[in-house]
Design a protein around this ligand. Structure first.
Ligand SMILES: *Cc1c(COP(=O)(O)O)cnc(C)c1O
Length: 372
């Protein structure tokens, strides 16, 4: 017994991460694998996941921000590391000193990185991003020739890669994928013509699993590492996160009693309820009230009435669970337990958003399969 016994846990199976990274590496046509661990590894914990990914064959790590990259370096990870998007005020010199490769989408960003490299007394490794049609970050094709020429003429930066990102890779056959690939090829030719000799990277998880022709030198899987398949290819990916809690109280209710805030649900017959001490403050969406199940006692059971901030109630019929019994809110699915995908489908979102939003102060993270 301890005061820190968790009301709810996100259990992260690092063996599942290793399995997924090894599988993705085997599917990468010989391209190197960059494990994307941005957003605290999609809510799974950046440092342990990055270590597991490196153990399983990822030779690069990818983060969105420099702060995320420096967290990995501070934890002792010396894997090649690429960080691609920051505000202008960020101190790129700290990244260059820590051997972090940096992304640049404009001559402005290139200049800031080049100046930081001079301050750091060390050449910066830069990946130039071409916007091939996502229209988010990345250099527009019209400005690309001046960007590659400026980069080639800047001694304090070394252009190691050109890269881009796909808009609709999770819809195999979508015409935008080929259109983006074509613009990417044109951008590569222009970079070569400017005297650069970069590697290329374009593929996220979906393109890694469906478009071997777009693997180039390096692939950047994120979601598939966590065991969630954006394209349902049937690959043996294993969901790494299980969100669980436990029963703290059971009670018998007579038919006709109403349950939880708003009394939106009334017992149709006598039934046993199990109280679970987790709610929307812990990441259980209140909008799933009345339409979610949990896994309890070896079967699915419906959540009765509203999901509250700190509690929810499970209708157990005539079965009486024990106090302390495990309640799985979502996990690998297995025998039929709910999954993050099931939540996402009900909520009209993607499972990326479900797992990424499970980083909550009251939800303890626990790791399985940690190696010393
Ligand atoms: C998030 C991200 C990825 C990984 O995408 P998944 O769909 O999770 O595989 C790859 N590249 C970039 C630039 C990203 O932002």
């Amino acid at each position: 017994m301890t005061a820190s016994s968790p009301r709810a846990e996100a259990v992260i199976d690092l063996d599942a991460v290793r399995h997924n990274v090894a599988l993705l590496t085997s599917r990468a046509s010989g391209a190197a694998v960059m494990a994307v661990v941005k957003a605290d590894a999609y809510g799974h914990g950046a440092v342990p996941v990055a270590r597991a990914a490196a153990e399983a064959g990822a030779t690069w790590l990818g983060t969105c921000s420099l702060a995320e990259a420096l967290e990995l370096r501070a934890a002792g990870l010396d894997t090649r590391l690429f960080s691609w998007l920051d505000v202008p005020e960020v101190d790129f010199a700290a990244g260059i000193e820590a051997d972090v490769d940096l992304g640049a989408s404009s001559t402005g960003e290139l200049t800031r990185i080049a100046e930081a490299a001079v301050r750091a007394g060390k050449r910066a490794r830069v990946h130039l991003k071409i916007d091939t049609g996502l229209s988010r970050n990345g250099c527009p094709p019209a400005e690309w020739p001046s960007l590659v020429e400026a980069a080639a003429a800047t001694p304090s930066v070394e252009v190691v890669a050109i890269w881009s990102h796909l808009a609709c890779a999770d819809e195999p056959g979508h015409p935008s994928v080929d259109a983006q690939a074509k613009r990417f090829a044109e951008a590569y030719d222009l970079a070569r013509a400017a005297g650069l000799d970069p590697i290329r990277h374009l593929a996220n998880s979906a393109a890694l699993l469906t478009r071997p022709d777009l693997h180039f030198d390096l692939v950047r899987p994120g979601i598939a590492m966590y065991g969630l398949n954006p394209v349902d290819t049937g690959d043996d990916l294993r969901p790494a996160m299980t969100f669980r809690s436990s029963v703290v109280l059971t009670k018998r209710l007579l038919a006709g009693e109403s349950v939880s805030y708003g009394h939106i649900w009334t017992t149709p017959q006598d039934t046993t309820l199990a109280l679970v001490p987790t709610g929307y403050a812990d990441g259980v969406p209140r909008s799933l009230s009345g339409r979610m199940d949990v896994w309890l006692g070896g079967r699915r059971r419906p959540v009765a009435g509203r999901v509250c901030m700190d509690q929810l109630v499970v209708d157990c019929g005539d079965e009486v669970p024990e106090v302390g019994d495990e309640v799985v809110l979502f996990g690998a699915g297995g025998a039929g337990a709910p999954t993050a995908r099931e939540w996402a489908d009900k909520l009209g979102t993607i499972d990326y958003e479900i797992v990424t939003s499970m980083y909550r102060p009251r939800v303890r993270r626990r790791y399985l399969g940690e190696q010393s």
